[in-house]
Design a protein around this ligand. Structure first.
Ligand code: NAD
Ligand code: MG
Ligand code: MG
Ligand code: MG
Ligand code: MG
Length: 341
């Protein structure tokens, strides 16, 4: 059914990475998981962090070798770029002189390469292994003997071995245990940005706030509005995750199913779909990327303003109070929630 190739453990060969040194730049969500999984797979790993980085102690306490990004890149065959996307161009500028022909520059997201913010030197392979999950799950699954699904993309293959090496890397961090889907830098970048903007992060939060405001403005209590529009979202999403649309519709009442099937499209109507197309166009034509790059260069004024407004929304205060009053989540012994997309 899918056109994209999917690779598993049997498609990867450890010998394609076992002799190589991997520099993991950054020790955040992805960085710590890649570095520890690679080290557990007996790969020579060096974590590249600035002298003043607060992550240095953590990496050392976890038993890893730490150097500056420049030193790490100098000795590495594979440089895994796992600092935040917005700082990658600066880190790249510092390490670029140490990328030699035959080396690989690897990413977990295609933004900077796809939008031309990083232009790797000739002779260097450019690849992507992107676990489809926050780093702490990549680590936790690996330790439990399980895998995390991931994406593989080859942007440039000058050695002729880029895919074999990337698959071996994916195996060493546990991704081929679950399955690795082949894609391109363009497809990964554009679908990731569109998804987080229109559906996951932006779409869901606006839907929640709009529903909450509609109920509260009509005179219903904020507590009821919070439960209906925010808290129950998790129950629905869990069902969708487990068994798709069908399992969700089967699990809710027939009344909810009929009402949802007839009214959902009234809310997410043709206008909303046209707006989605506009959002996608701005991703595809680079308009969003330029805006975000400029926003960072300007010190993030709009980002800070929007973030402040979101934190000040009534639903946040109502939610905080309610979450404190009920025994659920961590208080009820459940595991802490995973980070967002
Ligand atoms: P993060 O913000 O969790 O970690 C950043 C790390 O980089 C920290 O250890 C920090 O110390 C270090 N760092 C910050 N500024 C630095 C600088 N100027 N120089 C050197 N090091 C610096 O980042 P992340 O979320 O793990 O993202 C890394 C990459 O993985 C990104 O390309 C991201 O798009 C991608 N990705 C993330 C996730 C996720 O769930 N977090 C999932 C898939 C892909
Ligand atoms: Mg090198
Ligand atoms: Mg994503
Ligand atoms: Mg993203
Ligand atoms: Mg209900």
């Amino acid at each position: 059914m899918t056109d994209n190739q999917i690779y598993y453990d049997d498609d990867a060969a450890y010998e394609n990475i076992e002799e190589k040194t991997v520099a993991v730049l950054g020790y955040g969500s992805q960085g710590h998981a890649h570095a520890l999984n690679l080290a557990d797979s007996a790969i020579d790993v060096v974590v590249g962090l600035r002298e003043e980085s607060s992550s240095r102690d953590a990496a050392q306490e976890d038993g890893l070798r730490v150097a500056t990004p420049t030193e790490a890149a100098k000795e590495a065959d594979i440089v895994s770029m796992l600092v935040p996307d917005t700082v990658q161009p600066d880190v790249f500028a510092a390490i670029e002189p140490h990328l030699e022909a035959g080396n690989t520059l690897q990413f977990a997201h295609g933004f900077n390469v796809h939008y031309g913010q990083i232009e790797p030197p000739e002779g260097v392979d450019v690849t992507m292994i992107a676990p489809k999950s926050p780093g702490h799950l990549v680590r936790r699954n690996f330790e439990a003997g399980e895998g995390t699904p991931g994406l593989l993309a080859i942007y440039r293959d000058e050695s002729g071995e880029a895919k074999d090496e990337a698959l071996a890397y994916a195996q060493a961090i546990g991704c081929t245990r679950a399955g690795v889907v082949e894609t391109t830098f363009r497809e990964e970048t554009e679908t990731d940005l569109f998804g987080e903007q229109a559906v996951l992060c932006g779409g869901v939060t606006e839907l929640i706030k709009a529903g909450y405001e509609t109920l509260v403005d009509a005179g219903y209590s904020p507590e009821m509005a919070y439960f209906e529009c925010m808290n129950e979202m998790k129950l629905i999403v869990d069902l969708l995750y487990e068994g798709g649309l069908g399992e969700m519709w089967d699990s809710v009442s027939d009344t909810a199913e009929y009402g949802g099937l007839t009214r959902g499209e009234v809310v997410v109507d043709d206008h909303a779909r046209e707006q989605m197309e506009t959002v996608l166009e701005q991703v595809q034509n680079g308009e969003f990327a330029r805006e975000w790059i400029n926003e960072n260069q300007a010190g993030r004024p709009a980002y800070k303003q929007r973030r402040g407004a979101e934190q000040a929304h009534d639903i946040e205060a109502v939610g905080e109070e309610l979450r404190g009053l009920f025994a659920w989540g961590e208080a009820a012994g459940e595991e802490s929630e995973d980070e967002a997309a």
